[in-house]
Every structure is written in structure tokens, then in C-alpha cells.
Design a protein around this ligand. Structure first.
Ligand SMILES: [Zn+2]
Length: 156
């Protein structure tokens, strides 16, 4: 099957018997590792993986410059817009991630603070338990002493 259409750039699975051209870009989906093949004009575009349907950015082969693409002005503009949209999305994602890092840091600080408070309170409880045990021992000692005095008195 020969497809010389210059208008469609569609990713294919690398598993079929489709011929892979020297100009094709072969790469693995970062989500599902499915091997994908796309025409070189797809470089830098965001496409949906044919296997898992997740958005995937087609890698730009090392050394490939925009002149290699031999695109029409419209195609270049489309790629430019798509690249900028991807960039914008990435920037938004970065901002969101930075926000969640900040809130996680804050949360961590709060948890650390409450952990130290809990440790102090536990130490206070341990001290109180030790005091109570000591008082209990004193009490047992006194009771024993009283019992022995009573039995001594009873034997007289
Ligand atoms: Zn995939």
C-alpha cells in the first residue's frame, strides 16, 4: 500500500507489515511502550497513540532542522501553533506541579510540627506514668508495713 498523500500524517503501529521508510520516525509510546511509526513530517507534533490513545509528542530526530521538513507555509504554521499549544500546556502543567509542591511542603511542615507536639505530649504521659508507678509502689509498701504491724499486734 503506497500512501504518497502529503496532507495526512498518521501514526501507525510498528507491528504490521507496513513498509518503514528511511524518513520515518520510529519511537516508543512513553505511556504503553507500543512501537510507533510516523512520517518525518510528524516530528514535534502531538498525536494520540494508536494503542493507548494517550497524547504523545513525536520526537524530533537529532540533527533534523526545520528546513529538512520541506513543508508548506501553512503546514509550518500549523506545526508552530501546535508546538506553542504544547508548550503552553507544558507550562501550565509545570505551574500546577509547582503549586502542588508548595502545598505539599506546607503540609509537610504542619505535619512535622504536629509530630513534635505529639512527641512532647507522649513524653509528658510517660513521666506521669512513672510518677504513678512510684506512688503505687510507695502505697504497696505502706500497706505491707501496716499488715505486718497488725499481725505483730495480733500475736501479742
Ligand atoms: Zn500508547
Amino acid at each position: 500500500m503506497e500512501d504518497n498523500s502529503t496532507d495526512t500524517v498518521v501514526a501507525q503501529s510498528n507491528s504490521s507489515e507496513e513498509e518503514i521508510h528511511a524518513t520515518d520516525i520510529v519511537f516508543d509510546c512513553p505511556h504503553c511502550n507500543h512501537s510507533l511509526v510516523i512520517d518525518y513530517r510528524g516530528a514535534g507534533l502531538e498525536i494520540d497513540c494508536v494503542e493507548c490513545k494517550q497524547p504523545v509528542t513525536v520526537p524530533i530526530p537529532a540533527g533534523m532542522i526545520i528546513d529538512d521538513l520541506d513543508l508548506s507555509t501553512g503546514e509550518v504554521l500549523t506545526q508552530l501553533f501546535q508546538t506553542r499549544r504544547t508548550l503552553l500546556k507544558s507550562e501550565q502543567r509545570i505551574a500546577t506541579l509547582e503549586e502542588s509542591i508548595d502545598s505539599l511542603k506546607l503540609r509537610r511542615k504542619e505535619l512535622e510540627k504536629s509530630r513534635i507536639t505529639t512527641l512532647h505530649r507522649c513524653a509528658e504521659l510517660v513521666t506521669m506514668c512513672q510518677t504513678m508507678l512510684k506512688q503505687n509502689n510507695d502505697l504497696v509498701g505502706s500497706i505491707n508495713r501496716m499488715q505486718s504491724i497488725i499481725s505483730e499486734e495480733q500475736q501479742l
